[in-house]
Design a binder for this molecule. Structure first.
Ligand code: SAH
Length: 375
């Protein structure tokens, strides 16, 4: 997951009620390409985590009925079968289902794995399942809103004693330093310089004054260059303060309502001497723990935290401040966070940060707010 490319800058889309045709054109279309499936299949951290989760905890699979929500290439369904599942229902909304079916057959698992092409919301299964496995995580965990579909599957098809793979998820944030902000500001400024030349020339050569559009153009470009979160592979030494959890999700019990909006008040203290607070870095992790009454033999973690050599295709999301703020070791950030779905496209997110800085020495920096778009 995390490879869905938003085709328009502004999200576009069909209003609050999800239009299936629009959703297919905007969201599902990318998953129909082997190219995108391969990107996920090449993410070693992701692959190792799911592989280990399944094969280290074979007892959850042997002789059991498994549902793979969004099977894509079929990889998780195939592993579940190889771990001894009695039956695996592998549901995929896109035409990738045909490739998954071919892969299952080529690996001689067609008697165990049944690939079903359709939305998990629409299909019916002949029985309830012991395990739901899915790789539903988007950038910053919740982008793509695919967990809704996993919840729907769980509520319809998981036995009361069933197990979720993964079983838990968390969203993390930390203050960071980065040089990217200056580049983005430079890009924004040169775009605005170019606009000024354009306004002058249009007036001179064509006799029309465009300057009334300068403000909306600036707003549009500001949103694009300065307020859109960035994909980044942060080095751990770019994290300049303590990390904090924004959200914890128990996949067995969470409801759509629980994830529609994420709100948190957190504190972070700066851990570096005299540095620049350039923005916030956000990431997630998920865990495979089984369930309380039926725990995993060994808990497996999949983390997308900043790392020197274990980067994932999810990287981290970076939310930049313009300009950065000087901070020093021991300074305290008190941050209020909220994340909601975009009105135009329920799979994209809008994020608000507000922050007050209590420095160890010197004057308090009063609360300031920043809005961002995860596109
Ligand atoms: N399980 C695969 C693919 C993960 S990507 C792997 O781990 O490699 C997520 C997949 O879920 C995509 O192929 C997407 O098309 C599919 N998907 C997303 N929402 C779905 C839904 N509601 N019903 C069926 N498939 C869905």
């Amino acid at each position: 997951m995390g490879s869905f490319v938003n085709s328009s800058r502004n999200g576009g889309g069909g209003g609050a009620v999800v239009d299936k045709g629009v959703d297919f054109a905007q969201y599902f279309c990318t998953y129909g390409f082997l190219y995108h499936q391969k990107e996920m299949l090449c993410d070693r951290v992701r692959m190792d985590a799911y592989f280990n989760a399944i094969f280290v905890n074979k007892q959850h699979f042997t002789g059991k009925v498994v549902l793979d929500v969004g099977t894509g290439s079929g990889i998780l369904a195939i592993w579940s079968a190889q771990a001894g599942a009695r039956k695996v229902y592998a549901v995929e909304a896109t035409k990738m289902a045909e490739h998954a079916r071919a892969l299952v057959k080529a690996n001689n698992l067609q008697d165990v794995v049944e690939v079903i092409e359709g939305s998990i919301e629409d299909i019916t299964l002949p029985e309830k399942v012991d395990v739901i496995i899915s790789e539903w995580m988007g950038y910053f965990l919740l982008r793509e809103s695919m967990f809704d579909s996993v919840i729907c599957a769980r509520d319809r098809w998981l036995k009361p004693t069933g197990v979720m793979y993964p079983s838990h998820a968390r969203i993390w944030v930390a203050p960071i330093r980065s040089g990217v902000g200056e580049h983005k500001m430079g890009d924004y400024q040169s775009t605005m310089d170019d606009w000024c030349d354009f306004v002058d020339e249009t007036k001179t050569y064509y006799g029309v004054d465009m300057s009334v559009l300068s403000k909306p153009f600036a707003e549009e470009q500001k949103k694009y260059y300065l307020q859109t979160s960035l994909w980044n592979n942060l080095h751990p030494n770019q994290v300049i303060g303590s990390t904090a959890i924004l959200k914890e999700i128990d996949c067995l019990t969470a409801t759509v309502n629980d994830i529609l909006e994420v709100r948190a008040d957190i504190c972070s203290s700066i851990t570096l001497e005299n540095t620049r607070f350039c923005g916030y870095g956000g990431w997630f992790d998920v865990h495979f723990r089984g369930r309380k009454e039926d725990p995993a033999q060994q808990e497996i973690e999949l983390t997308t935290a900043p790392s020197v050599d274990n980067g994932t295709h999810w990287g981290q999301q970076v939310f930049l401040l313009h300009p950065p703020i000087r901070v020093s070791e021991g300074d305290n950030l008190s941050v209020s966070f909220s994340m909601n779905r975009s009105n135009e496209n329920h799979r994209l997110m809008e994020v608000d940060f507000s922050c007050e800085i209590q420095p160890v020495s010197g004057k308090l920096i009063p609360r300031f707010s920043n809005k961002f778009y995860i596109e």
